[in-house]
Write a protein that binds this ligand. Sequence first.
Ligand code: NAD
Length: 266
Amino acid sequence: MTSLNGKVALITGAASGLGKAIAELYAKHGASVAIADINQQAADAVAAEINAAGGKAIGVAMDVTDEAAVDAGTDKVVATFGQLDILISNAGVQIINPIDQFSYADWKKMLAIHLDGGFLTTRAALKHMYKVDGSGKSHGGIVIYMGSVHSHEASKLKAPYVAAKHGLLGLARTLAKEGAEHGVRSHVICPGFVRTPLVEKQIPEQARELGISEDEVIRNVMLKDTVDATFTTVDDIAQTALYLATFPSAALTGQSIVVSHGWYMQ
Ligand code: NAD
């Protein structure tokens, strides 16, 4: 079995959906995992489940848009587990509206969670990953951003989401260049639609906005360009995150990996 033994992973938005699935898989493969989420109760519950199953986890209260909370939460993970090897910057929400009707407040909220959150969690993690040990070598690490097919494609009603997810490619590629000399690699995972709470909420919302049935949203919007009319799963994404975290060399860095049943091919 691929091993993350001895590794420490901080996963934001891990109280639900994709982040939770990654945390569970990483724990199964030996990593100590920090479940960071704005919803502390839910984060603690996921950590308790992982501990009960024989893994090692803590819940961390963290709003990824709050600079002080991100710095303090990340330091707490290192104080608890001794180091930080993997950051999965995953927390996210969705707000849909046509551009002409988007409030500036909602636009800024989306950019703050998806893009500022990516920056703040990265900077807090690099403080530990760039740390030089007695042998003069940086600790190193891997940063994985949860992008989306919307890091490459646009869809109606999702302007700030699409803009922010495109922006993460720039952040990841810059980090791949700056981080190389410190042993830090970075990637963006770009999922197609996965039936998490974030997507379940959108199905009726899109049906209303587009004036079509929920079934049509699934068939004609969400799965329209897949090769097999199939949703991506949380496990597909967790397995991809495991592959990237265990890849043995920096041959793989600065990449975006699209996992979408062929919706987007690059
Ligand atoms: P989800 O709603 O199941 O989980 C998101 C988690 O993020 C929740 O636990 C929530 O409490 C947390 N969160 C929200 N705002 C936060 C904040 N400010 N600080 C910290 N935590 C916060 O959603 P999901 O589908 O698992 O989404 C996870 C990521 O995957 C998001 O970035 C999303 O854009 C991306 N994504 C999802 C899909 C999909 O189809 N589900 C597709 C592509 C990309």
